[in-house]
Design a protein around this ligand. Structure first.
Ligand code: C2E
Ligand code: CA
Ligand code: CA
Length: 743
């Protein structure tokens, strides 16, 4: 761009062959009031459609500082900053495309070339297009944007800081960035120092260019009425300006280091967290010249102070989130996430050697019944108290975490022998000994504990927790409040159990679990009066499995109901296919877990109906302990079972100490004398018990049936004691239906 003579209003032709452009320019200047005090335009310029600049207000030349020749037609790329060319040509294209409405086009910010390689920020706006001539001309106006670009730069910097806050960048880095922002925009030589308050003391949080000596001297400024600029500002909650450190009484103790570093003035602005009503720090500017801040400088420090508040607020919120993510809200103990983390670090600390850590897995033994009896709120209260007691037994550095539900895990350090961990476990268990008041009722809870010691390198967090859990289950199986230490055989057992569980689920659904029948014989005439169905599982790998190895597992897995239904179906089908006489009763064993599911009775009656079996030909063996269970509705359920017409036998009778009074309440047909008493024959104790049972059965007109008869002398004894029926290997082993004698 080259200079042309004249100013707005007297635009003479400076561009050869473009008098029309000059005329358009003059008209536009007049219309827009260029040069008048109310007009904030520097000037206007005229484009043709090539596009080239064909006329420019003289004022623009002066303003940019150009001197020189007349204007030649100039393409935009000659005077627009390369980075702004796209924006410029888009604006121009818009003007070309919508010639009638250039005023609707948004102004663009550009940098234009000035002498000496300077780029000057301007705002350019399309004003009008002049049709009906050749070439078509477009008028653009130009405003000074340098002020705005300064604020824009500040806004950009401020946004950068806010983005760092939003991204939770490290606090030190963000504060550093804020200090730089102050220094960049202060328009004054000096350094910014951001002080952070904690416990009544300020300490430098960022001071990128203050110098190490002064920074050290500001290491801890006690907030007070006369403590340099920052301590005083924080104390007052107001900006404190020390225009001349050399004479300012606030600087009594720190004058030397400040002056020594070359700072003569200090302006401190407190970072006030209005929501909390606290001062979280100060933003201080140390100027190398004495003096007061301008209003803009004061505003800059206030802006920086508000950014510091945002940074620290974010840190607090982040810390809160981290706390929430790593702690159990109920007990406020570390949660599983934090435990995993700490355990992982402890295991890594072993560096190839076994780490000296152990985990103890606790599971409350009777929490469910507390919850059921008192409700969840009281159950929660119990958990909180248990957590508190566990915590009170911890050694320094150890962690107790709530793992979920009523499970707690203790992470112990410095464990060299399993017995040390066992000691910790015992101590924690002992802390539960005193009753806990639940709804004014004293309740004693116990916890079973499983221990896994990191006794070999390479153990993972999951290994440790899984093994401690396995050990805990073993402890539980041995009764309440026990402690078990994991060893590899447990692991093998756990794996085997897991495999068995998987197989069992499949086997139940595939009806791979079948029945064998054992005859029940009348001791009067040796006729078969019944058959007991006993579950058998032909396992592809382990061969024939007996119920002792899978009934309990089926109960734990919750598939016992389906297994029982399958067995009922098989027994009924066999009965009808074998055309078994109705007086021969087929007995099935039913566990408490099966009876607890009320659909059992419906399944039973439906199966009988399907196969056309009279209910009195079917018997259900339940264990004695079921009779003594005083769960609400339980007696009712037994009565409904009897109402179906099936027979009820009490299995393993004599082991559960039920009284006559109990038996009377239920419609029972047979007492099955437990094998242990039969084995005890001919000892006087076995005899005494069996005669007591037969007497009781007589009194109630029940049938008595002895189990586990293996020898002839037992039969003679049983007959003499008045027992009417028996089963056992001597009389007939359990056999597959196909192998049964014809009835
Ligand atoms: P139970 O009801 O007491 O069954 C009698 C057990 O004694 C059977 O063991 C049987 O094989 C065994 N036995 C029979 N005669 C003799 C003998 O002369 N001497 C000795 N030492 N034992 C004899 P099995 O089949 O292993 O069953 C064990 C237990 O599993 C049963 O004890 C029963 O409580 C349970 N059970 C069996 N089948 C089922 C079923 O389908 N469902 C449920 N819930 N439990 C079942
Ligand atoms: Ca039985
Ligand atoms: Ca039995």
């Amino acid at each position: 761009m080259a200079r042309r003579r004249g100013s707005s209003g007297d635009s003479a032709a400076g561009l050869a062959g473009a008098p029309r452009a000059e005329q358009v320019l003059a008209e536009a200047e007049a219309a827009l009031g260029v040069g008048s005090p109310e007009c904030d335009l520097i000037g206007v310029f005229v484009f043709d459609a090539r596009p080239q600049i064909v006329a420019v207000s003289t004022a623009i030349f002066y303003w940019l500082g150009w001197t020189g020749d007349a204007l030649r037609p100039t393409p935009p790329r000659d005077f627009v900053h390369p980075d702004d060319l796209v924006a410029a040509s888009e604006s121009l294209a818009g003007a070309l495309e919508y010639p009638g409405y250039p005023g609707y086009l948004a102004p663009v910010d550009l940098r234009v070339r000035a002498p000496g390689g300077r780029w000057v920020p301007v705002e350019v706006r399309a004003e009008r297009s002049i049709d009906g001539g050749d070439p078509r001309l477009f008028v653009f106006s130009l405003r000074d944007a340098s002020d705005r670009s300064r604020t824009d730069a500040l806004v950009t910097d401020q946004n950068q800081v806010l983005e760092m806050v939003a991204r939770s960048q490290p606090v030190e880095r963000t504060l550093h960035r804020i200090a730089r922002l102050v220094e960049d925009h202060a328009e004054r030589a000096g350094a910014c120092c951001i002080m952070i308050a904690a416990d009544g003391v300020l300490a430098p949080g960022a001071a990128p260019s203050l110098g190490s000596e002064l920074t050290a001297a500001l290491g801890s400024v006690i907030i007070g009425p006369a403590a340099a600029a920052c301590g005083t500002a924080a104390h007052r909650g107001q900006a404190v300006v020390c225009p001349d450190i050399a004479v300012d009484p606030l600087w009594l103790g720190r004058r030397e280091p400040a002056l020594g570093a070359g700072y003569l003035a200090c302006w401190s602005t407190p970072a006030l967290d209005y929501r909390r009503g606290t001062t979280v720090g100060t933003v201080d500017f140390y100027a190398t010249e004495a003096g007061l801040p301008t209003p803009q400088q004061a505003r800059l420090l206030e802006l920086a102070a508000s950014l510091v508040v945002a940074v620290l607020e974010r840190r607090r919120a982040d810390a809160m989130l981290v706390y929430q993510a790593t702690h159990d809200p109920l007990t406020e103990l570390p949660n599983r996430t934090l435990l995993d983390d700490r355990l992982g670090q402890a295991l890594l600390a072993g560096r190839g050697a076994p780490a000296t850590v152990a985990v103890i897995f606790f599971d409350l033994d009777n929490f469910k019944s507390v919850n059921d009896a008192f409700g969840h709120a009281e159950g929660d209260g119990l958990l909180v108290e248990v957590a508190r007691r566990f915590e009170s037994t911890l050694r320094p550095g150890d962690t107790v975490a709530r793992f979920g539900g009523d499970e707690f895990v203790v992470l112990c350090h410095n464990i060299n022998r399993p017995s040390q961990a066992a000691q910790v476990a015992r101590r924690a268990q002992a802390a539960l000994a005193d009753p806990i008041a639940i709804a004014k009722t004293p309740v004693v809870v116990t916890a079973s504990a499983g221990i896994r010691v990191a006794d070999k390198p390479g153990l993972t967090v999951d290994d440790m927790l899984r093994d401690a859990d396995t050990a805990m289950y073993r402890a539980k199986a041995q009764g309440r409040g026990g402690v078990e230490i994991f060893d590899e055989t447990h692991h093998a057992a756990a794996l085997a159990r897991h495999a068995l569980e998987t197989d069992l689920r499949l086997a139940v659904d595939a009806h791979d679990i079948t029945v064998h029948f054992q005859p029940i014989v009348s001791l009067r005439d040796r006729s078969i009066v019944g058959l007991e169905a006993l579950a058998r599982w032909e396992h592809p790998d382990h061969g024939l499995l007996y119920p002792g190895s899978f009934i309990g597992v089926a109960e734990d897995l919750g598939v016992i109901g389906r297994l029982g239904a399958s067995i009922l179906g098989q027994v009924c089908r066999w009965r009808s296919e074998a055309d078994a006489p109705p007086e021969v009763v087929t007995w099935v064993n039913v566990s408490a877990a099966q009876l607890a599911d009320w659909s059992f009775i419906e399944t039973l009656t439906a199966t009988l109906r399907t196969h056309g079996i009279p209910p009195r030909s079917m018997g259900v063996e339940i264990t004695e302990s079921i009779l003594m269970d005083d769960r609400p509705g339980w007696a009712d359920m037994l009565r409904r079972l009897a109402d179906t017409g099936v027979r009820i036998g009490i299995d393993d009778f004599g082991t559960g100490y039920s009284s006559l009074a109990y038996l009377r309440r239920f419609p029972i047909h047979v007492l099955k004398i437990d094998r242990s008493f039969v084995q005890d024959l001919p000892n006087p104790t076995g005899r005494a018990i069996i005669s007591a049972v037969t007497a009781m059965a007589d009194a109630m007109t029940l049938e008595c049936s002895a189990e586990g008869v293996e020898r002839d002398d037992q039969i003679a004894e049983l007959v003499s004691l008045g027992c009417g029926q028996a089963q056992g290997y001597l009389l007939g082993e359990p056999a597959a239906p196909a192998a049964l004698p014809k009835l």
